[in-house]
Each structure stands twice: as C-alpha cells, then as structure tokens.
Design a protein around this ligand. Structure first.
Ligand code: KG4
Ligand code: ZN
Length: 355
C-alpha cells in the first residue's frame, strides 16, 4: 500500500510517500526556521501562511521524488493534532480535498504517534510490550505500549517540554533559535560540574517530569554568577559553555531516570526514543546505555527522522489504514489531541525541587 503522508502541525511543511509503512520512497521537508528565527520562536500566523504557500509544491515534489503520480497513491495520512490550529488546518483541508478528489481513503494521525512510528524505517519491527519516550519542542511523554496502537501515558511533563526548555535557555543565554543544536555544540566545550542544576521531584511519587524549575535555576545561576548573555553565538564565554553542559546534563539525566523507572514497571521488549530532541547525541548515548543496562533493544530514528517529517505520519497512518480505519470529511484539526487509549496511571500532585 502506498501512503502519502502530510505533516504541517508546527513549522515544517512535509510530504512523504511510504510503502507498506516501512519503506520511504520520498520524504520532503520544507523548514520555516529561517522565517521564524528573527522572532526567537514560531509565529503561528506566519507559519500557517507559509504552509499554504508550500503544501502543494511540497506534495508534488514528494510524488516526483518517489517517481510516481497521484494516481499511484492508495491512501492519504495527515497530522490531525496536536499542533497550531492554523498550521494543522492547512494540512487537514489539503489531505481531505485530495482524498475526496481521488476517491481514496484518508486518516488523521496523532503527531505524537507519528514520532513513535519514526523508528519503523531503520529498525526491526517493534516487539511488545514497548516503552516510548517522545521528546520534542512541544511534547515530553513516556508511554507504555502493551500492544501496537495501545498507549498508556506513564509520564509527561507538568510544564515545559524538554525541547522547549532547550529553546528558552538558549534564548536567555543569547544563543538564538532553535536552542537544542547550539546548546549541544557548546556543551561539548563546557564542564557540567561548574554549573550544577536541580532535578525536579514530584511530591506525589508520580513518574511525571518538570523542566520549568530547571529553567529558573539557570536564570538564577546566570544572575548570581554575573554571566553576560552572548552577543555573538560564534564567540561564547566559557561560563556559558559550562551552563550549557550543566543544563543538558540535567535534562538528559531527568529523562533517562524516568525512562528507567517506567521500564522497571513495564519490562519492555523494545524501547523507542524519538522526537526532535533525540538529535542530541548525549541523549542518544544515554538511551543506548540504559538499553544495554536493562537488556532491552533501543530504537532511535536517525536525525533526519527525529525532527518533524511526513514519513512518520504515513507510517502511523498505514497502521490505522491496514486495520481498516477510514476517516470521513468531517475530520477536524484537533489542537490538543491526546494519545492515551489504554488508561492514564498518573496521579496529580505538586512539584518540588532538590539539587
Ligand atoms: O520534533 P520537533 O522537530 O518538533 C516538535 O514536534 O516540537 O522538535 C524540535 C525540538 C526543538 O525544541 C529543538 O530545540 C530540539 O527539538 N532539538 C534539540 C536538538 N536538535 C533539535 N534538542 C537538544 N539537542 C539537539 N541536538
Ligand atoms: Zn514533532
């Protein structure tokens, strides 16, 4: 089955052609990073306008690159949510119109489930039960997957997503947007022991995560140490490099500690770690080390499949389509769409911090 995937939930307009959920025939991504950079983050109105300009050429480019025409597509899968409403609507309307015109099935896909399927192309099939850490600019969740397509939310951030914390800290240090890649680069030259930061402790014993306290701790450290933000990202002080290293260590440490705790509950046969923050080599290495420690294979998407793309949406869509799901033209974009169909085990509670 050839599925055309379409992704437009945030600041990437992407289209891909995927065969049988596992083989990428083409994957085209048009990033809007340069458009949003001057504002230090994604501007929703600019994003949706740019999606409108790009979606048709990007879909055509994906078909050309796959060496096929629209006639060869069997179904369409599109990101339904979560994301920015204007951005999502462009993809959803386009996909519905295309499927209607061709008389082929289409399904709406949860973007986070898309990230789960980003490991489908370069690894053996996932074995269940599995755990999945999805860590991006908008989301930080750990799921238990008893079987394919079943998601039990075991942990999530109570405030900022991990990628969002990278972006905010980078902005504060004068390092520009997006923050993840620049912090990772600077952290290589920094010493984490010179800038130690606390890890959130959730007082009710739940497995949730929190990154806003870490962000505040960075602000306090910068103020107390009299560290000046960088005015030139090419010429950054050693103090800022140390902060980058300490901050990155704290984020990766918190994520891996939670992943380990969830894994103790679940005894997974596969560990999936995906989402934009998985571009980070320190996180990749820590996840691999955890897998070795507990004797569980870790599936990571390569970097071009870690950040938002449409191949992962097509793969997740293929799973639903193969199971017989069909959406109708009433499908609407869903800004706060949840991925949680096998129960929520997290109690509510307060967040405290300890160093
Ligand atoms: O998955 P993604 O492309 O978009 C969302 O769905 O949010 O993730 C983008 C996020 C940004 O916050 C970016 O700073 C972060 O991934 N990121 C990184 C790295 N590369 C991208 N974070 C840490 N280290 C990196 N190397
Ligand atoms: Zn994403």
């Amino acid at each position: 089955m050839l599925v055309l995937g379409i992704e437009s939930s945030c600041d990437e307009t992407a289209a891909a052609v995927v065969r049988d959920g596992r083989e990428i025939l083409s994957s085209i991504i048009s990033s809007q990073i340069e458009l949003h950079r001057p504002w230090g983050g994604v501007v929703p109105e600019l994003a949706s306008r740019e999606h409108l300009n790009k979606i048709d050429p990007i879909v055509n480019e994906a078909l050309d690159a796959a060496g096929i025409t629209l006639e060869d597509i069997d179904a369409v899968a599109v990101t339904q949510g979560p994301g920015l409403i204007g951005s999502l609507m462009v993809g959803v309307c386009y996909a519905k119109a295309l499927a209607f015109a061709r008389g082929i099935p289409f399904v709406g896909v949860n973007h986070i489930e898309g990230h789960v399927y980003s490991v489908n192309f370069e690894n053996p099939p996932v074995e269940y039960p599995a755990v999945a850490l999805i860590v991006s600019g908008g989301h930080t969740n750990i799921f238990h997957l008893p079987h394919e397509g079943e998601y039990r939310l075991m942990s999530r951030t109570r405030d900022d997503a991990a990628g969002e914390a990278f972006d905010k800290v980078a902005k504060m240090l004068g390092l520009g947007y997006p923050g993840g890649p620049v912090i990772e680069r600077l952290a290589r030259e920094g010493e984490a022991s010179k800038a130690k930061f606390p890890r959130a402790k959730i007082s009710d014993g739940s497995l949730d995560l929190s990154f806003s306290g870490l962000k505040t701790a960075v602000v306090r450290h910068v103020r107390e140490q009299g560290i000046e933000p960088a005015d030139d990202p090419a010429n950054v002080s050693q103090e800022i490099k140390d902060v980058a290293a300490g901050f990155q260590k704290a984020v990766v440490g918190a994520l891996i500690a939670r992943l380990e705790q969830v894994s103790e509950h679940v005894s997974p046969r596969t560990m999936i770690v995906a989402g934009g923050v998985v571009c980070n080599t320190v996180l990749r290495d820590a996840a691999t080390a955890l897998g070795n420690k507990i004797g569980c294979p870790v599936y990571l998407p390569s970097k071009h499949l870690s950040t938002d793309n449409a191949a992962m949406i097509a793969a997740a869509g293929h799973f639903h389509l193969a199971g017989g799901r069909r959406d109708d033209l009433g499908l609407a974009a869903d800004v706060t769409m949840r991925l949680q169909n096998a129960g929520d085990v997290r109690p509510a509670g307060k967040v405290r911090y300890r160093v």
